[in-house]
Ligand binder design. Structure first.
Ligand code: ASP
Ligand code: MG
Length: 416
């Protein structure tokens, strides 16, 4: 009997009524003759509310206790869904990540999965149960509860789908799938029938809220077949799979916009070997992820080094940057949080030329200035002004004709 893993995000289980609807869907899937493993997130905004509670009792809550707290959200959801499923006459059992053997490292609040035994899941499935597992959490080898980082239920689902060799891993959300752009910004954005792991990974890292980036890394590594779809409809969503030839014909699959970055510039940095190494070692020691980096050409032996970071890290990184600027005898440190990053992603970029030029021309025509540029094999990103971002997304969506149908769904073969 084939197995399907279904993951329901917080909005799909936001209240008892929705939990009952999820239970109905789970039962329907079961009736098609499949075994079903369900991974749930916490109800609605529970995780944010728990974070808020913690902030009210402590300025810096210990991460171990944070995990004790946050893990409860998913436990509520799993138990309620098990009850709702049983109320419909199906056999169902809920388990925590710890109970089903999701073993992680000790890095509280952003732990990495090291091993999944899934022993109890297999036993329960064999007895005909629908198995419901709390997303977002695991346990260390010495029995400490850990969580997997925000959005971590996706990771739980992908890890279980891999461990149990599921036929497919369905990710249920409140949108119909992955779109060519955010439909709230671009009204004629289109649902993508299919997408490669590489593209989805780029889009997830670029802030598309659909799936956690780490879960996409794992899905790509183990080629776990994914189906991103809506919990409010029965329509097919977006299939994410290994790249197939047809995907290369689509030059650009999507445009994404990220508005939560800030730019930091260290002025007048001495242009000598080892200086960049010193600067970015200090920043990484402070546990801050740097995104884009640009260093100007120096004509005077001094150069400006600019980089972008998540806005949440801005205060911390400014402190570090000012200190290290003193250390390497550089000048002032300035920052700008009025920026946005706009990116186009597509496998076809590997075999088509002129994509960057087309993107820059579209921006130029709208008199939108580009501040920084970075590229990868399948992505081009530009930093622009935040107040021009919505317009930029629209013109780029237009210039690449993203409102028209791209890859045909029947060309994408998924694992049987
Ligand atoms: N409830 C957790 C969060 O909000 C995990 C998840 O939703 O995937 O981040
Ligand atoms: Mg959530």
């Amino acid at each position: 009997m084939a197995l399907i893993v279904q993951k329901y995000g917080g909005s799909s289980v936001a209240n008892p009524e929705r939990i009952r609807r999820v239970a109905e869907r789970v039962c329907r899937t079961r009736k098609t003759g499949h075994q079903v493993v369900v991974v749930v997130s916490a109800l609605g905004d529970t995780t944010d509310e728990l974070l808020g509670l913690a902030a009210q009792v402590s300025k810096s809550p210990p991460e171990r206790e944070m995990d004790m707290l946050l893990a409860t959200g998913e436990q509520v959801a799993a138990a309620l869904l098990a009850m709702a499923t049983q109320a419909l006459g199906a056999r169902a059992l809920s388990f925590t990540g710890a109970q089903v053997g999701i073993i992680t490292d000790r890095d509280h609040t952003k732990a990495r999965i090291q091993d999944v035994s899934a022993q109890r899941i297999r036993q329960a499935l064999a007895k005909g149960y629908v198995v419901i597992v709390t997303g977002f959490q695991g346990i260390t080898p010495d029995h400490e509860i850990t969580t997997l980082g925000r959005g971590g239920s996706d990771l739980t689902a992908v890890a279980l789908a891999h461990a149990l060799k599921a036929k497919t891993c369905e990710i249920y959300t409140d949108v119909e799938g992955v779109y060519t752009a955010d439909p709230r910004v671009v009204p004629n954005a289109r649902k993508l029938p299919a997408l490669s792991y590489e593209e989805m990974l780029e889009l997830a890292s670029l802030g598309a809220q659909v799936m956690q980036a780490r879960s996409m890394e794992m899905a790509k590594k183990y080629e776990v077949p994914l189906h991103v779809r809506s919990s409010f409809s029965r329509r097919t969503g977006t299939i994410i799979s290994k790249e197939v030839k047809a995907m290369e014909e689509v030059v650009v699959s999507g445009v994404s916009l990220q508005k939560d970055e800030a730019k930091v510039t260290i002025c007048d940095v001495p242009d000598r070997p080892g200086i960049a190494a010193t600067i970015f070692t200090r920043i990484s020691d402070a546990n801050v992820n740097v995104d884009m980096i640009v260093q100007n050409v120096s004509r005077t032996g001094l150069t400006d080094v600019s980089f972008t970071v998540g806005r949440g890290d801005l205060k911390k990184v400014l402190r570090v940057a000012r200190r290290v600027a003193g250390e390497v005898k550089a000048g002032r440190v300035v920052h700008d949080d009025g920026i946005a990053k706009i990116s186009v992603v597509g496998l076809g970029m590997r075999s088509h030329s002129g994509i960057a030029a087309k993107m820059f021309q579209a921006l130029a025509k709208e008199s939108i200035n580009i501040d920084m540029i970075s590229t990868s094999e399948i992505k081009i990103s530009c930093i622009i002004r935040k107040d021009q971002a919505a317009r930029a997304v629209k013109v780029i969506h237009d210039v690449f004709g993203l409102d028209k149908l791209g890859i045909k769904p029947e060309l994408v073969k998924t694992r049987k």
